[in-house]
Write a protein that binds this ligand. Structure first.
Ligand code: NAG
Ligand code: NAG
Ligand code: NAG
Ligand code: NAG
Length: 687
């Protein structure tokens, strides 16, 4: 009898499942990607490459601060065009895009990081339609953010591109609400000191139609369903009836609340649990549109003394900043590159990620959801704040796009309104803009916190009271003083205003994997100095519980034409890994040792192969082991117990002339690392 029970239960589940699917699906919206295939490309503005067309594949970008044309033709049948509106959809075009359909301008978008859609129905033709895009990345665009940046601003078409055919006179999820999916799953009890035992949600759905709604047919249903993944059990379901106005191109917003008792929480690295949620529009007995996403339930809170709380308990946020560029690709990266970034963060076991300094791809935030990494998302409001109403408007629109497009990602907890805004420069008075941005963020999303990264140590400045929390970019030991000043400086800032939550948004040092020194000094760009800075800085951050956020700048090296220091000019080498992500620098393993408790031993200075001194220090980062053994040319050194700081140094190890084999291992031999260093004594050289 018992044997049959699960089968019966399964049958019951299947029936339940079938009952939810009685509405036939007749989608009124159909998407076709234009990312595949060749595009014609030509630089504009008379620069190099503007004489003739070449063919490129998307995504495609360029380093010049210039304009460029992209064009392609597509086959489209009259039947298809007759079946609905033709709406173009762009994932990101930098920095300004002017879009043409068969040579006629259909619209313009300003801002290089966000999704936008344009209705091209008026000019689309069968059997052939030509789409062309004039991208403009000129320095002359004085009212598109960012104006100033410590990283390269690339031009081109990044992320996806395609078109929707949208049936007329039919209610669909609004395509024109800041490029968003038209659905916000708003967890209304997200900001709390306590662990939530009920999840309270408002589903805000924006519905519109292209055309009109006749009197007798303006009603439709919105169905919201939440599923526990895997087994597909439905844990919440709501169905509500609404109507649109006659002129339904003017979108209407509807709110459908639901709650879940004893939800399984999105609990950071430990258990980043995601429910699957679907909104369906049902019109005349058919599902005409639907949207499915992952949602998470969590609570969070900032306490000026206790730091960050996730689901009611203290949960230190530490990790890295990330730029989206990549060696030889600029911003034209595809998902597999993004995944590689996350595999590295997973290896480090970071709990926090600052997506610097602009909106990243939606896939980036999805991976953060999946890996359980808390995200600080931001707009490129950097350094300068010209008193220009067009600039303000662009800042607000980039923020609205970021928030509404990224809303449903549970990993995002903070909207950053700016980075290093100058409060001393008379021509740049950022307060009115910060105030506007804060208001705009709260209007779009009252359930997340606004933050900003500052480099003004005066926490009593009134600009800082506008936002919910701040974090400081602090380069003690790199641009300033010594690494050991980090703690005292943070204490000073904290005590200058202990009502505001303070974090550290950037710190770090540059290093080339080809630069080494037995005597590292500040700004020598050696791996040895970079490691030393992090070894000395991290313990000071770790012990300061009040810090709600701690992120190294940066995960990887990145393009920065203004940077003329270090091995390669035009590149910032502050990464824990190289620009092409092929080499993890020593400092990467320092953070792996302190954040990830899996067994590891790692000998530093492994690329410092030709040693300059006969007597050297051997440094081993280790984690997850009890004791560390070291042999030098087969000779056993005295073993060392695992240290709290994860840094183990054997001083004054004597090298032999010629090759030297250094082997570190856990005493049980489960993890081993080895290096080979050459030493040539001067006496030998002379001989
Ligand atoms: C690009 O933008 C700049 C600044 O607005 C403008 O001067 C230039 O003409 C634009 N280029 C093209 C090809 O439109
Ligand atoms: C609907 O409203 C929009 C915006 O006000 C207007 O441009 C359009 O002409 C209206 N359409 C109809 C059918 O009334
Ligand atoms: C920082 O402090 C550490 C530990 O006290 C010390 O070993 C190191 O020399 C100091 N560094 C600097 C640059 O003062
Ligand atoms: C990763 O970090 C989380 C959060 O700090 C921690 O709970 C977990 O133990 C860490 N995992 C490992 C393998 O160290």
């Amino acid at each position: 009898m018992l044997v049959f029970l699960p089968i019966l239960a399964l049958l019951a589940l299947t029936r339940l499942h079938m009952r939810t699917r009685v509405t036939p699906t007749k989608l009124a919206k159909h998407y076709t990607s234009l990312s595949d295939g060749a595009w014609l490309f030509r630089m504009a503005d008379g620069g190099a490459g503007s004489e003739h067309d070449t063919t490129v594949r998307l995504p495609h970008g360029f380093g010049e601060r210039s304009a460029a044309w992209f064009a392609r033709g597509l086959s489209v049948s009259q039947t298809l065009l007759d079946s609905g509106a033709f709406v173009l959809d762009f994932g990101a075009v930098s920095a300004e895009a002017t879009v043409f359909v068969n040579g006629m301008e259909v619209g313009r978008h300003r801002g290089g990081f966000s999704r936008f859609r344009l209705d091209g129905s008026k000019y689309a033709t069968a059997p052939f339609t030509v789409i062309s895009v004039l991208t403009n990345n000129s320095r002359g665009l004085t009212d598109v953010l960012p104006l100033k940046a410590d990283f390269n601003l690339y031009g081109g078409i990044f992320r996806d591109i395609g078109y929707h055919i949208v049936k007329q006179n039919t209610p669909v999820l609004n395509l024109f609400s800041n490029g968003s999916p038209g659905v916000k799953f708003m967890q209304t009890n997200a900001i709390s000191r306590y662990r939530p035992d009920v999840a309270e949600f408002n589903t805000v759905v924006s519905v519109a139609c292209l055309g009109v709604m006749r009197e007798d047919s303006r009603y439709f249903n919105v169905k919201v369903e939440v599923f526990y993944p895997g087994i597909g059990r439905r844990v919440a379901s709501r169905n509500a009836r609404f109507s649109l106005n006659f002129n339904c191109t003017i979108a209407s917003s509807f709110t459908i609340p639901f709650s879940m008792r004893k939800p399984r929480l999105w609990d950071g690295r430990a258990d980043p649990f995601l429910y699957s949620a679907t909104v369906s529009i049902i019109y005349q007995q058919n599902i005409v549109d639907s949207y499915t996403t992952n949602i998470g339930v969590r609570s969070y809170f900032l306490d000026p003394e206790r730091g960050f709380l996730l689901n009611g308990r203290e949960y230190p946020l530490h990790g890295v900043n990330l730029h989206q560029d990549w060696l030889n690709l600029g911003w034209a990266i595809t998902p597999r590159y993004t995944l590689q970034n996350f595999k590295m963060m997973d290896e480090l076991n970071t709990t926090a990620l600052r997506c610097a300094h602009y909106q990243h791809s939606d896939y980036t935030y999805s991976l953060a959801d999946k890996y359980g990494i808390v995200v600080w998302a931001e707009i490129p409001n950097l350094e300068v704040s010209p008193a220009d109403p067009l600039y303000y408007a662009n800042a607000v629109s980039q923020l609205q796009e970021l928030v509404s497009q990224s809303y449903n990602h549970p990993s995002i907890l903070f909207w950053s309104l700016g980075n290093e805004l100058s409060v001393t420069d008379a021509s740049s008075f950022p307060m009115p803009l910060v105030f506007m941005l804060h208001e705009a963020a709260k209007l779009e999303d009252p359930y997340r916190l606004t933050v900003m990264a500052i480099n003004t140590p005066d926490l009593s400045h009134s600009m800082l009271s506008i936002v919910d929390a701040v974090a400081v970019n602090l380069y003690d030991g790199w641009h300033d003083s010594s690494p050991n000043m980090t703690g005292p400086d943070l204490d000073r800032y904290h005590s200058s205003n202990n009502r505001i939550s303070l974090g550290i948004s950037e710190y770090g040092a540059g290093a080339s994997i080809y630069f080494h020194s037995e005597f590292p000094v500040q700004r020598d760009h050696t791996e040895e100095y970079q490691s030393l800075l992090h070894e000395q800085t991290w313990p000071q951050l770790k012990m300061r519980k009040f810090l709600w956020w701690k992120t190294v700048f940066n995960l990887a090296d990145f393009g920065n034409e203004a940077d003329s220091e270090g091995e390669i000019h035009g590149r910032s080498d502050v990464g824990l890994v190289t620009y092409d992500r092929s080499v993890r620098k020593d400092a990467f393993y320092f953070y792996k040792a302190v954040w990830n408790s899996e067994p590891m031993v790692y000998i530093t200075s492994r690329r410092f192969k030709k040693r300059e001194m006969q007597s050297v220090d051997v440094k081993v980062y280790a984690s997850g082991v009890q004791t560390i053994s070291l042999t030098v040319n087969g000779v056993q050194m005295s073993a060392m117990d695992l240290r709290e700081d994860r840094v183990h140094v054997w001083t004054g190890v004597s090298l032999l002339d010629g090759g030297n084999d250094i082997v570190a291992s856990s005493s049980d031999g489960s993890v081993v690392d080895s290096v080979r260093w050459m030493f040539t004594s001067t006496a030998n050289e002379g001989a």
